[in-house]
Design a protein around this ligand. Structure first.
Ligand code: TPP
Ligand code: SF4
Ligand code: MG
Length: 273
């Protein structure tokens, strides 16, 4: 029998260039631990991202990866999973990448329920472009673009994921790599589209997020029996609560019926000279 794979077996040779103390280090560590928990073969994994500090993550993982266009991780991951269903496909990115420029793809990925796992590293800021407000930035948070805050209501992406049809919805914290690894492994195993919103501090542009270590309410979210209960937990409950709030049983979408391809072929033949 071959030796068990260790988390270090899933690291690439590229050294991360995140700021020292960035929460994304914890996420990277948790992903490699999750792969080791599941004993996945590296050639059976693909990690797909868009652009941003968080979106650098595929480069640091020793598996297939694609660092694509800003906001486009989910359509790429969806296409890959439909074409290569045997792969374990992860999409990963930041709050700006997934909820702002990629927001429309986020909605439809939840609705389609293809069997992929999305990890959103939420630091409530655009880190890579030096601190502009993102859809999850608090209304009164001062940035150089909005010194008095945006006064815009933050997007409740977990509520949107539930309403739009995601099959597994959780919040986690980057400062707990073992707990996060177990949650990522569980999300990968759960059929359909899984979303984990990971509180991952940007120590450079949001130094106050270092306090999340004390403020996070670990395990305060538990799987709800009904969708309205899950929605209530993420809308009226504490916003730094972690845990799984929804484990649905919608069957994953695996692509069009093969008979449709046959019909298309018939149609094309009908046009043949
Ligand atoms: C089409 C396009 N528009 C804008 C940008 C500039 N840009 C790069 S990353 C980014 C936001 C990143 O924020 P987030 O996804 O939250 O990631 P973080 O850096 O915080 O991890 C933006 C606006 C871009 N690269 N491409
Ligand atoms: S700018 Fe923020 S999100 Fe980007 S690497 Fe630095 S700490 Fe992390
Ligand atoms: Mg961000």
């Amino acid at each position: 029998m071959s030796e068990a794979r260790k988390p270090s077996d899933y690291k690439s040779a590229i050294k991360p260039i995140w700021c020292p103390g960035c929460g994304d280090y914890g996420v990277l560590s948790a992903i490699t631990r999750a792969f080791a928990l599941l004993q996945l073969a590296p050639e059976e994994i693909a990690v797909i991202s868009g652009i941003g500090c968080a979106a650098r993550i595929p480069a640091y993982i020793g598996a297939y990866g694609f660092h694509g266009l800003h906001g486009r991780a989910l359509p790429m991951a969806t296409g890959l999973k439909l074409a290569r269903p045997e792969l374990t496909v992860l999409a990963a990115g930041g709050d700006g990448d997934i909820y702002s420029i990629g927001g429309n793809h986020f909605l439809h990925a939840c609705r389609r329920n293809v069997d992929i796992t999305l990890l959103v590293m939420d630091n409530r800021i655009y880190g890579m472009t030096k601190g502009q407000p993102s859809p999850t930035t608090e209304p009164d948070f001062s940035t150089h673009l909005y010194p008095a805050g945006t006064h815009l209501q933050p997007l409740n992406a977990m509520a949107i994921a539930l309403i739009a049809g995601a099959n597994y919805v959780a919040r986690a914290f980057s400062g707990d790599p073992n707990g996060l690894a177990a949650e990522i492994a569980q999300a990968i195993r759960h059929p359909g589209f899984s979303v984990i919103e990971i509180l991952s501090p940007c120590v450079t542009f949001r130094p106050g997020q270092k306090a999340w270590k004390r403020q996070v309410q670990r395990g305060a979210l538990t799987p709800a029996a009904t969708l309205p209960e899950a929605l209530a937990a993420v809308t009226t409950g504490p916003q730094l609560a972690t845990g799984v709030v929804w484990k649905g049983d919608r069957p994953p979408y695996a692509g069009p019926d093969p008979a449709a391809g046959k019909k298309l072929q018939d149609l094309l033949e009908g046009f043949a000279p």
